[in-house]
Design a protein around this ligand. Structure first.
Ligand SMILES: *[C@@H]1O[C@H](CO)[C@@H](O)[C@H](O)[C@H]1NC(C)=O
Ligand SMILES: *[C@@H]1O[C@H](CO)[C@@H](O)[C@H](O)[C@H]1NC(C)=O
Ligand SMILES: *[C@@H]1O[C@H](CO)[C@@H](O)[C@H](O)[C@H]1NC(C)=O
Ligand SMILES: *[C@@H]1O[C@H](CO)[C@@H](O)[C@H](O)[C@H]1NC(C)=O
Ligand SMILES: *[C@@H]1O[C@H](CO)[C@@H](O)[C@H](O)[C@H]1NC(C)=O
Ligand SMILES: *[C@@H]1O[C@H](CO)[C@@H](O)[C@H](O)[C@H]1NC(C)=O
Ligand SMILES: *[C@@H]1O[C@H](CO)[C@@H](O)[C@H](O)[C@H]1NC(C)=O
Ligand SMILES: *[C@@H]1O[C@H](CO)[C@@H](O)[C@H](O)[C@H]1NC(C)=O
Ligand SMILES: *[C@@H]1O[C@H](CO)[C@@H](O)[C@H](O)[C@H]1NC(C)=O
Ligand SMILES: *[C@@H]1O[C@H](CO)[C@@H](O)[C@H](O)[C@H]1NC(C)=O
Ligand SMILES: *[C@@H]1O[C@H](CO)[C@@H](O)[C@H](O)[C@H]1NC(C)=O
Ligand SMILES: *[C@@H]1O[C@H](CO)[C@@H](O)[C@H](O)[C@H]1NC(C)=O
Length: 426
């Protein structure tokens, strides 16, 4: 790391105290090395490829194994080259090595190994094919600062144990990529797309996933501070055993998220769609679920302290044995929700918009009052305080349970509230 810092300094801003001859000499060296670079890399690559091929030929039956010495030599040589060049030279070197690998190696083993390199200010668009594709890259344990990956599609890239500082991955695409044990700080993944990605890391700070799309992403056992998932779409994302502090999810859509055993503090789930999420045994505190949709989500054995479910849609949500300390269910839709064996009193649910067919702590099923009096013709006014029809439709339907009673359902984008004495259509 020390040598890297020195190099960055000599390549970038040379201290004014150095004499001019030294500057000229270094400039000359840099020029010569940039001329010789492709040549040197060419010989080096041919050499390594030859050694690899002969190593493979010598052991046709056994597992494919490159000569350890050649690989080590290659790695040392690559790291040496990186140390001697500035950012532009490094970009050219990476591109050269990458293309050579893509051309000469078998499809199963095209991975270019840049592990343990220390690289600053690299724009990987310049190092990739067509500025868009970068597959099969081993970046384990690399130190990358101010790296740019904007709009690049990546598959089989391994960032495990890498250190990334202020990297920009806006609109990038990731397939089968690992960020396992990778500390991330100030990393931008806005509008990025992820599939089969592993983010299991103890140190993720200030990372921005705004408007990104994540499918089969693993955050289990990770620690996330100040992470922004606003308007993101998360499908089968695993936060099990993770610790999240100050994470933002406003207007995000999560399908089948696993928050089991997670520690969630100060989260913003305002207007978040949390359908079928699992919060089993999670410790959730000071979290805002206002206007969220948690239809059929499970909160079994969860601890929910100071959580606000104001206007949230909790149809079919299950809270078995949950600990609900100062939770706010005011104006929530608790239709068919299940509070069996919780510490919540029926009176604490009285401000809910609906508790129709909900199961309260002692296992009793409760019902709402009728919203509209029998024979009432103006459906826009309810006789129960707090119910006014501001927008949405009131639909009178003839009940098939009893010919005389009518059913009225109020429907808007997220809600569907019903007149209790009748049958419900959802
Ligand atoms: C691919 O090459 C690397 C070294 O570059 C080697 O360690 C690995 O075993 C090779 N894998 C296969 C499947 O040949
Ligand atoms: C980051 O790297 C880019 C090149 O990719 C460069 O133009 C920019 O000046 C660098 N920013 C900082 C703060 O060093
Ligand atoms: C990251 O890249 C995106 C897309 O080019 C750009 O809009 C954004 O400003 C960049 N962010 C930073 C911090 O450089
Ligand atoms: C992942 O790979 C699949 C199949 O090769 C492809 O259809 C998809 O676009 C890729 N996704 C990303 C994010 O690169
Ligand atoms: C990604 O990896 C999984 C197994 O880890 C594999 O089944 C799948 O085919 C891979 N996808 C691509 C696009 O290579
Ligand atoms: C993600 O990486 C961690 C650490 O290497 C590993 O334990 C975990 O199994 C990986 N997750 C997946 C889904 O492969
Ligand atoms: C994340 O990036 C978006 C723009 O892409 C920005 O509006 C938002 O403020 C950023 N979030 C944080 C926490 O900085
Ligand atoms: C999430 O990850 C945990 C720990 O790795 C695992 O036990 C669990 O089955 C995963 N959840 C899902 C839904 O795959
Ligand atoms: C949650 O996010 C929403 C939308 O960004 C914002 O209006 C609200 O103030 C936030 N709530 C808290 C408690 O930070
Ligand atoms: C839940 O987290 C809070 C801090 O956020 C902590 O004080 C409390 O002990 C935790 N409860 C359990 C049961 O782990
Ligand atoms: C519940 O939250 C709403 C909205 O934040 C607030 O207006 C109301 O006073 C809260 N109710 C209680 C009982 O704290
Ligand atoms: C359950 O609790 C409710 C309200 O607290 C009460 O009216 C009802 O009788 C209880 N049922 C049983 C079976 O204890």
């Amino acid at each position: 790391m020390t040598s890297q810092k020195q190099n960055v300094q000599t390549d970038g801003s040379i201290p004014a105290t150095r004499d001019k001859n030294s500057v000229k000499f270094r400039g000359g060296l840099k020029f010569i090395s940039s001329l010789l670079l492709p040549f040197a890399l060419g010989i080096f690559t041919v050499g390594v490829t030859f050694q690899q091929q002969s190593a493979v030929k010598q052991q046709p039956a056994g597992p494919r194994k490159t000569s350890g010495a050649a690989a080590t030599l290659a790695q040392v040589e690559i790291l040496n080259i990186f140390r001697q060049l500035d950012a532009h030279g490094n970009i050219r070197a990476i591109r050269f090595l990458y293309e050579a690998k893509q051309r000469t190696d078998t499809p199963e083993n095209r991975s270019l190994d840049l592990s343990t390199a220390e690289l600053s200010d690299i724009d990987f668009r310049e190092a990739s094919i067509d500025k868009r594709i970068l597959n099969d890259l081993l970046l384990t344990d690399v130190f990358l600062s101010n790296a740019t990956f904007i709009g690049i599609k990546m598959a089989h890239v391994n960032f495990a144990l890498a250190q990334l500082n202020t990297a920009n991955f806006s609109s990038a695409g990731f397939n089968n990529t690992s960020f396992a044990s990778t500390p991330l700080s100030n990393t931008i993944f806005a509008d990025a797309t992820f599939k089969n990605v592993n983010f299991s890391s103890k140190n993720i700070r200030g990372v921005n996933f705004t408007r990104s799309t994540l499918v089969h992403v693993d955050f289990s056992f990770s620690m996330l501070y100040n992470v922004d998932f606003s308007s993101a779409s998360l499908t089968n994302v695993n936060f099990s055993h993770a610790q999240l502090i100050n994470a933002k999810f406003p207007s995000a859509t999560l399908k089948g998220a696993d928050f089991s055993n997670a520690q969630l503090t100060n989260l913003n789930f305002t207007s978040t769609n949390l359908i079928l999420s699992d919060f089993f045994h999670a410790n959730v505190s000071n979290t805002n679920f206002r206007q969220s949709s948690c239809v059929a989500s499970k909160f079994n054995y969860a601890s929910l302290s100071y959580c606000n479910f104001w206007y949230s849609n909790l149809k079919y949500a299950v809270f078995h044995e949950a600990y609900l300390n100062q939770a706010n269910f005011s104006r929530a839709n608790l239709y068919k929700s299940d509070f069996t064996s919780t510490n919540i009193m029926e009176s604490e649910l009285k401000d809910a918009l609906s508790t129709e067919d909900a199961v309260i702590s002692n296992g009793t099923i409760v019902h709402d009052e009728n919203l509209i009096n029998e024979g009432q013709t103006d459906y826009s006014i309810s006789h129960i305080n707090g119910w006014t029809l501001s927008n949405g439709n009131v639909t009178p339907v003839i009940s098939n349970k009893s010919g005389s009673n009518c059913q009225v359902t109020l429907q808007s984008l997220y809600w569907s509230y019903c007149v209790p004495t009748c049958q419900f259509i959802r």
